[in-house]
Write a new protein. Structure first.
Length: 178
């Protein structure tokens, strides 16, 4: 069987413009041809406050090992950045998704994040005074993009991912990489 090793880290989040602490929940999604051999496909970083250049550094390690019979359903990484205020309340401030590179070697990937916006004036006032944000009921919108065109969204910050991709035995399946 062909093997895929993903080694790296969720490095940082930047330009979220939130004064509270930020943390990130993440999950790897792969098609039915892929089997997880080792590693944890989902997790959460520590929370941290932004520094002077609006960057929150996490350096959260990632170590995932998949085996597959075909390349269909190549793994993706889904991120959900949340805010943690001083009294312990948390709410989502950004969703993002990226496909992992299919080329071996080191890669730095910027995952652009977005959030559904408040559509009514009462929702905007509630968000301003009470905090919080709109959240998605169906998380499939993030990785599949189904019905996302119906949403009003706002761009948020960026999550930086640094990964090393290791491929093994893919040439037996006719997959060439350079």
């Amino acid at each position: 069987m062909a093997e895929l090793h993903i080694l790296g880290q969720l490095q940082c989040a930047s330009n979220f413009h939130d004064k509270s602490s930020l943390f990130c929940r993440y999950s790897f999604q792969a098609g039915p041809n892929w089997t997880l051999v080792s590693g944890c496909p989902e997790g959460q970083t520590i929370s941290g406050k932004a520094d002077y250049d609006k960057t929150v550094n996490w350096a959260h390690p990632l170590d995932i090992h998949y085996v597959t019979k075909g390349i269909q359903g190549w793994p993706k990484l889904l991120v959900q950045v949340s805010c943690l205020d001083s009294i312990g309340r948390s709410w989502i401030v950004g969703y993002g998704c990226c496909s992992l590179p299919a080329v071996p070697g080191p890669h730095t990937i910027d995952v652009n994040c977005w959030i559904p916006t408040a559509t009514s004036i009462t929702d905007r006032i509630r968000q301003f005074f009470l905090g919080g944000s709109h959240q998605l009921i169906q998380s499939d919108i993030v990785n599949l993009g189904l019905n996302r065109f119906k949403l009003k969204t706002q761009s948020k910050g960026t999550v930086q991912l640094q990964v090393n991709i290791l491929l093994r035995n893919f040439s037996q399946f006719g997959v060439e990489y350079k």
